[in-house]
Design a protein around this ligand. Structure first.
Ligand code: CAA
Length: 259
């Protein structure tokens, strides 16, 4: 994969995608969003990649949507820009494979929104989070008003968005925005260790669990339970279920094959 603003690496079955526009603190412009969209399609379709880590090069994860590009947009162009970002982030959220955000620095505006469409967020002690849009005379446009409220509750989301306050990693942990805070130089090792732990489980089951949680959170509990019931049933059509339960009963480690 050859991109101008992204770096892609593999570590076994782990894909590591890094936003690489450090001079602009990895700000998301139309080109970066377009590359991200293509990269996600390739990663989702690559059978050798079972889990994805998203991070940023340099001192930022992503410092937001590109303010220089947005400054001259008219309303129609801004709506299209939001549509692009919303579409890419939704694609990440709905990937079958789990996605971990390794937040290495500023995660502001579109950067906080990018981290929130990932399944799990690990932050370095240097990470900073915020939705500073109202300070620029706009509102979040890549689903910040939606995912932040769902993750940390409406009251905290409104306070963060109305004040534009930047919070550090420990505060982000305290309010439930991130799963874990680690020293900067351990961030990628921690993210990879977490990825490997998830990879040691049945990956079809992990994917079904992701779908069930995501879809269930977006509907009423009856429908959510019906989704869980059907996916639970579907697990029993997989070789992984036979292997997982067989291994338990035979007192050995399972050898999952994603089948
Ligand atoms: N867009 C475009 N360029 C950006 C940027 C952004 N979001 N964030 C940083 N940059 C650029 C700066 O303009 C600067 O470029 P030059 O060297 O060419 O001047 C470079 O990155 C380094 O930034 P600073 O000199 O500002 O670095 P700093 O350490 O003094 O400050 C910062 C760091 C606090 C993150 C500051 O850069 C900042 O406040 N950035 C903007 C954050 C922001 O408001 N993000 C939200 C954008 S709106 C949005 O995202 C809408 C949406 O939901 C879709």
């Amino acid at each position: 994969m050859d991109f101008e603003n992204l770096i892609f690496k593999r570590e076994g079955n782990i894909g590591i995608l890094s936003i690489n526009r450090p001079k602009a603190l990895n700000a998301l412009n139309t080109q970066v969003l377009c590359e991200l969209d293509k990269a996600i399609d390739m990663i989702e379709n690559d059978e050798d990649i079972h889990i994805l880590i998203i991070t940023g090069e340099g001192r930022a994860f992503v410092a937001g949507a590109d303010i220089a590009e947005m400054k001259e947009m008219n309303s129609k162009e801004a709506r299209q820009f939001a549509k692009n970002g919303l579409g890419v982030f939704r694609k990440i959220e709905l990937m079958e494979k789990p996605v971990i955000a390794a937040v290495n620095g500023f995660a502001l505006g579109g950067g906080c929104e990018l981290s929130m469409c990932c399944d799990i967020r690990i932050a370095s002690e240097k990470a900073k989070f915020g939705q500073p849009e109202v300070g620029l005379g706009i509102i979040p446009g890549f689903a910040g008003t939606q995912r932040l409220a769902r993750l940390v509750g409406m009251g905290r989301a409104k306070e963060l968005i109305f004040t534009s306050d930047m919070i550090d990693a420990n505060e982000a942990y305290r309010i439930g925005l991130v799963n874990k805070v680690v020293p900067q130089d351990e961030l990628m090792n921690e993210a990879i260790a977490l990825a490997n732990k998830i990879l040691s489980k049945g990956q079809i089951a992990v994917r079904f669990a992701k779908t069930s949680i995501n879809r269930g959170m977006e509907t009423d509990i009856e429908t959510g339970m019906a989704i869980e019931r059907d996916l639970f049933g579907l697990c029993f059509a997989t070789e992984d279920q036979k292997e997982g339960m067989g291994a338990f009963l035979e007192k050995r480690s399972p050898n999952y094959k994603l089948r």
